[in-house]
Write a protein that binds this ligand. Structure first.
Ligand code: XMP
Length: 326
C-alpha cells in the first residue's frame, strides 16, 4: 500500500544503496521539490550530503535569504551559497529563445555544481573519488513533459531533466521521480519540514529567466522582481495563497504600449498575471480571482513599478496554454 512512510523508507534504502559511503550534493532552489529531495537524502546519508544554493540572479525578492534561514533551520543541512549572478546573466545576454534560455541555465547550473563538488571533495581530502552524485527534485510530471516518460511529446525541457548538458559528469539521484506534487508535499510533512516550505507554491528552477519574454537583463529582472513582490504581497494579504496553485508574474519585455500617467504619455511594458488552479500542473485552469484583489495589484504595479503601464490577466487554461509563458 502507498503510504508516505513507505515511500520514505523505500527511497532512503535506495539512496543508501546508490550513494554508499560517497558524497552527494543537492541543488536547492528554494522550492518544495528540491527541499524534500534534500531532506530525504539527508535522512539517508546525513553529513555525506552538502546542499548547494545557486543564486543565479533570477530569484524573486527575498528568496535567497529565505532558503538560508528556513531550510537550514528546519534541517540543519550543510549549505553552500554560490553567488553566480554575473555568470548567468553573461551567459544569457542576447538570448530571447525560451528553449535556448533553459539550456543555458541548465548548463550553467551544472558548471556551478561541478565547481562546488570539486571544492567539497578537495576540502574533505577525498580526491580520487570516482563518482559525483547530484540530487535533483525531479517529479513525475517533469519527466513526462520533458519527453522522458511514456510516449508523451517533449513539451518543454524542464531544466532538471531535458535541459541538462550532454557532457554531464554527475550521476543523478532523483528520489521523487515517481511522485506528483501533492505526494511530495506529504512526504515533506512526513519528514518534518515546516509548512512554510512544504506548502510553498511551485516556482521553476530557471526562475524569472523564463518569465521575461525577451532578453534577460538585470534591469528587467529588477523590474519584474518588484512587480512580482507586489502581486505576492497582495495575494497573501487577501488570504489566497492556498486557493491558488501558483501565480506567475510575467514581463513582456519586447512589447510596449501607450499609456497616460500624470500629465504625460507613457510607452511602457505590460505585466501579465497568470493565476492558475491545478492538482498536479499537468493541467490547469485560470483562477477566478476576486476583482478587487486584481484591481489592487494592478494599481500598485502601475504606480510603483517604473516602465510598467499596463497589467493584464491571462485567462487561458492548460492546455492549450502552459502555466509558464516560456
Ligand atoms: P508548464 O509551464 O510546463 O509548468 O505548464 C508546469 C509546472 O512546472 C513548473 N516549471 C518548471 N519547474 N524547472 C522547474 O523546476 C523548469 O524548467 C520548469 N518549467 C516549468 C511551472 O512553474 C509549473 O509549476
Amino acid at each position: 500500500t502507498w503510504t508516505t512512510a513507505n515511500v520514505v523508507d523505500e527511497q532512503v534504502a535506495l539512496i543508501r544503496e546508490q550513494v554508499g559511503t560517497k558524497r552527494a550534493i543537492c541543488g536547492l532552489s528554494g522550492g518544495v521539490d528540491s527541499a524534500v529531495a534534500a531532506a530525504l537524502v539527508q535522512k539517508a546519508i546525513g553529513p555525506q550530503l552538502t546542499c548547494v544554493y545557486v543564486d543565479h540572479g533570477l530569484m524573486r525578492k527575498g528568496e535567497t535569504e529565505q532558503v538560508e534561514k528556513d531550510f537550514v533551520a528546519a534541517t540543519g543541512v550543510q549549505l553552500r551559497v554560490v553567488d553566480a549572478e554575473e555568470r548567468f546573466l553573461t551567459a544569457l545576454a542576447g538570448v530571447s529563445d525560451p528553449e535556448q534560455k533553459r539550456k543555458i541555465i541548465g548548463r550553467e547550473f551544472i558548471r556551478v555544481f561541478e565547481q562546488a563538488q570539486a571544492e567539497i571533495v578537495a576540502e574533505a581530502g577525498a580526491e580520487g573519488e570516482d563518482v559525483a552524485f547530484l540530487v535533483q527534485g525531479t517529479l513525475y510530471p517533469d519527466v513526462v513533459e520533458s519527453g522522458g516518460g511514456t510516449g508523451t511529446a517533449n513539451i518543454k525541457s524542464h531544466h532538471n531533466v531535458g535541459g541538462l548538458p550532454d557532457d554531464i559528469e554527475f550521476e543523478l539521484v532523483e528520489p521523487l521521480r515517481k511522485l506528483f506534487k501533492d505526494e511530495v508535499r506529504m512526504v515533506g510533512q512526513e519528514l518534518g519540514l515546516p509548512d512554510e516550505i512544504v506548502q510553498r507554491q511551485p516556482f521553476p528552477g530557471p526562475g524569472l529567466g523564463i518569465r521575461i519574454v525577451g532578453e534577460v537583463t538585470r534591469e528587467r529582472l529588477d523590474l519584474l522582481r518588484e512587480a512580482d513582490a507586489i502581486a505576492r504581497e497582495e495575494l497573501t494579504a487577501a488570504g489566497l495563497d492556498r486557493d491558488i496553485w501558483q501565480c506567475p508574474v510575467v514581463l513582456l519585455a519586447d512589447v510596449r504600449s501607450v499609456g497616460v500617467q500624470g500629465d504625460g504619455r507613457t510607452y511602457g511594458h505590460p505585466i501579465v498575471l497568470r493565476p492558475v488552479s491545478s492538482e498536479d500542473a499537468m493541467t490547469a485552469d485560470w483562477t477566478r480571482m476576486p476583482y478587487d484583489v486584481l484591481a489592487r495589484i494592478s494599481t500598485r504595479i502601475t504606480n510603483e513599478v517604473a516602465e510598467v503601464n499596463r497589467v493584464v490577466l491571462d485567462v487561458t487554461s492548460k492546455p492549450p496554454g502552459t502555466i509558464e509563458w516560456e
